[in-house]
Design a protein around this ligand. Structure first.
Ligand SMILES: Cc1ncc(COP(=O)(O)O)c(C=O)c1O
Length: 393
C-alpha cells in the first residue's frame, strides 16, 4: 500500500531534534517538550504486580478480567453520576494496552462500517494526536483536518464540514480536554456533535485521556452526554491511566460505549491487537478504584498552573497539563523554540510540529506547547526563563 504516512505523521520530537541540531543550550537544560507524566505513581501498583507474578504466564483474555471491567464500569458511575448503573461491564467496556493503540486500530472498524464508500473520510482536529491520522492513512481513508484556532474556540467547527464530506465520513476524532490547547468540549457542543455523528452514521471517537487533569470543573464525558439521549450508539470514549495515575509505562487504557462497536472491536482485537498482561489488569483495576491519588495528582498540576499564572500572567487551561503560548512576538513557534533553547536551555515544541497545513496555514504555527510535567521547582525555573525570553505578555 502506498500512502503519505511519513509526510503526515512525523514525530514532533524528531523534528525538534533536527531544529535544535548542535546548538548549545544557553543554560542547564530543562525539557518541557514531552508530555510524559513524571509525578510519582501510587505505591500499591508495584505491590500488586509483584503479588501477581504467576499471572505473567498465561495469555490474558482480550476482553479483560471481570474485575477490571467492573472497576472501569464503577469508575464511570462515580465520575459521571448519570451513568450510574448505565455501563454494563460486559457490553460497554474493552481494555486497551494504553489508549494509543486503540485510537489507531478503532478506525479500521469504523471504515468497515462504510463498505459502499470508495474512499471514506476521517475527520481530525488540527493540531492532532498522530495516532488518529496514522489509523486513517493505514486504513486507506482520507484524513480531513479541521483547524482548531482561537477563532474556532480551539475546537473544530464540525458544522462547517460540507455535507458531501460528511456523507463519506466513517469516523470523527475529538480530544477533550484537548492536547495541546487544554480546552474542554461543553455539553451542548457534545450534544450537537453526537447528533451530527448519528445523522451521518459516523463513529465518534472521543479521546478523553486528559479527563482527570482539570483546573476547576470536571470535564463532561461523551458517554454521559450520549446517555442523556437514551443511547450510546455511535459514541466511543477512550481513556487511560497514563495521565490520571502517572503510569504511562503500564500501558493501560480502555474504550467504552456503543455496544455494537465494542463487540465488533473485541472480535477484531482478538486476532489483531495486544492483550493487557494479567498483572497489569489487576493493578489497573485497583487504580480505577482509587481517587485519592488522582486528587493528589491534580493538586500537583494546580500548583504548577499557579506558578505559570504568576510567571507568565496567564490563566490555567480548563484541562490537560500543557500551556499553549502565543509566541508571535518572537516570530512564531519555531523561532521561539530556538530562542528558548539557545538563550535559556528550555526545550519546547513549536506548535507547527503538532499540526499540518490546511487552507494555506498551519493552525498553531505561532504558538509553542509547554508541558508542565516536571516537579514544581523545575517547572518554576523553566517558566521564569520562558517568561524572560518571551517578554511581557
Ligand atoms: C491526546 C492524546 N491521546 C492519547 C494519548 C495516548 O496515551 P496512552 O496511550 O498512554 O493512553 C496521548 C499521550 O500522550 C495524548 O496526548
Amino acid at each position: 500500500m502506498v500512502c503519505d504516512l511519513g509526510k503526515l505523521v512525523r514525530s514532533p520530537f524528531a523534528r525538534l531534534r533536527s531544529l535544535l541540531g548542535s546548538i548549545e543550550p544557553g543554560a542547564e537544560p530543562i525539557d518541557m517538550s514531552i508530555g510524559a507524566p513524571r509525578h510519582p505513581m501510587p505505591d500499591f501498583v508495584a505491590d500488586i504486580i509483584h503479588d501477581h507474578a504467576a499471572d505473567w504466564q498465561p495469555y490474558p483474555p482480550i476482553r479483560g478480567t471481570d474485575g477490571l471491567r467492573k472497576a472501569v464500569a464503577n469508575w464511570h458511575g462515580l465520575r459521571y453520576p448519570s451513568l450510574r448503573e448505565q455501563i454494563d461491564p460486559e457490553a460497554h467496556i474493552l481494555p486497551l494496552s494504553g489508549s494509543r493503540e486503540g485510537l489507531f486500530s478503532a478506525t479500521f472498524l469504523a471504515l468497515a462500517r462504510k463498505p459502499h464508500v470508495a474512499r471514506p473520510v476521517v475527520l481530525i482536529p488540527n493540531p492532532f494526536y498522530q495516532a488518529y491520522a496514522a489509523g486513517a492513512l493505514v486504513g486507506g481513508a482520507e484524513p480531513r483536518f479541521l483547524p482548531t484556532t482561537e477563532a474556532t474556540g480551539f475546537l473544530p467547527d464540525f458544522e462547517a464540514v460540507p455535507e458531501d464530506v460528511l456523507a463519506r465520513s466513517a469516523a470523527i476524532f475529538l480530544a477533550s480536554p484537548a492536547n495541546p490547547q487544554g480546552v474542554v468540549a461543553s455539553r451542548p457542543y457534545l450534544h450537537e456533535l453526537i447528533a451530527l455523528a448519528r445523522r451521518w452514521d459516523v463513529m465518534l471517537f472521543l479521546d478523553e485521556c486528559y479527563s482527570e487533569i482539570y483546573s476547576d470543573a470536571p470535564p463532561p464525558g461523551a458517554l454521559e452526554v450520549a446517555a442523556e439521549t437514551g443511547s450510546l450508539a455511535n459514541v466511543v470514549s477512550f481513556n487511560s491511566l497514563s495521565k490520571r495515575s502517572n503510569v504511562p509505562g503500564l500501558r493501560s487504557g480502555f474504550c467504552a460505549g456503543d455496544p455494537d462497536f465494542i463487540s465488533r472491536f473485541a472480535g477484531f482485537r482478538n486476532v489483531a491487537c495486544p492483550q493487557m498482561p494479567l498483572p497489569v489488569q489487576h493493578a489497573s483495576a485497583a487504580l480505577w478504584g482509587d481517587e485519592a491519588h488522582v486528587e493528589a495528582n491534580r493538586a500537583l498540576y494546580r500548583e504548577k498552573f499557579e506558578i505559570a499564572g504568576s510567571a507568565l500572567g496567564i490563566r490555567a487551561p480548563a484541562g490537560g497539563f500543557f500551556l499553549w503560548l502565543d509566541a508571535s512576538a518572537l516570530g512564531g513557534g519555531e523561532e521561539a523554540a530556538l530562542h528558548l533553547w539557545r538563550e535559556a536551555g528550555v526545550k519546547v515544541i513549536p506548535g507547527a510540529y503538532l499540526a499540518v497545513e490546511t487552507d494555506g496555514a498551519i493552525p498553531g504555527a505561532e504558538r509553542i506547547r509547554v508541558a508542565l510535567v516536571g516537579d514544581a521547582a523545575t517547572t518554576r525555573e523553566g517558566l521564569m526563563r520562558t517568561a524572560e525570553v518571551l517578554g511581557p505578555s
